[in-house]
Design a binder for this molecule. Structure first.
Ligand SMILES: [Zn+2]
Length: 210
């Protein structure tokens, strides 16, 4: 049993190691940021962003989808634990792109006799899904005004990040030109450089009000 394997690892040092790593850490994340990503077992989100324990809130679900429950967690994260920014990361080759909501519900219905009351939030294109998630977060009434949301699609093989922009002018997000709206201009496709390039773009866009 896999549960037993995990409990065995806890007893053989995991518990002590976790206690040592948490020692002295504040409950408020030091970088005041929340990261939402997929539960995919290949993604080491702490390694990906060079994060340490105590620095961020990490929220994960199937797909890294902005659901009601994600909004609940983010609202608590912001209002009670002082986070400000949200980083949304979905990825290529995601399990949620391998079926449709309807097919999945129907499979379940055939097996257990009823459809689930929830949606799977399956999606075909992570870029579109990130964009929708960002739009939802930006319009959520309970998140703090001025919340900075940035969204990315992670290439699960190369581990490069492609930034996604919401197509809506006048927002506190990085605004885009026509060529930026799709999956990204050539500069953003250069592996490993997307992350450094975008803050300048965001600052420039925000500064030039129109
Ligand atoms: Zn996934």
């Amino acid at each position: 049993m896999s549960n037993e394997e995990l409990l065995r690892r806890y007893q053989s040092g995991g518990g002590r190691l976790a206690a040592a790593r948490a020692e002295g850490l504040a409950v408020v994340p030091a970088l005041h940021t929340a990261v939402l990503t997929c539960m995919d077992s290949r993604i080491d989100v702490f390694a990906l962003f060079g994060m340490a324990l105590g620095e961020v809130h990490v929220l994960r679900n199937a797909g890294g989808v902005v659901t009601d429950d994600v909004v609940r967690s983010l609202t608590i994260s912001q209002r009670k634990l002082l986070t400000r920014d949200v980083l949304l990361v979905q990825h290529s080759d995601c399990g949620l792109a391998t079926f449709t909501d309807d097919d999945f519900s129907e499979e379940l219905a055939e097996e257990v006799g009823m459809r689930p009351p929830w949606r799977t939030h399956a999606f075909a294109d992570p870029v579109v899904n990130v964009r929708r998630g960002m739009a939802r977060l930006r319009h959520d009434p309970f998140l703090r005004p001025g919340t900075v949301v940035r969204g990315f699609v992670l290439d699960i093989e190369q581990f490069t990040l492609d930034e996604v922009f919401v197509e809506h002018a006048g927002a506190p997000l990085a605004r885009t030109t026509g060529t930026d709206r799709q999956h990204g201009p050539a500069e953003r496709r250069r592996s490993g450089q997307a992350w450094e390039l975008q803050p300048d773009r965001a600052a420039t866009s925000t500064a030039s009000t129109s």
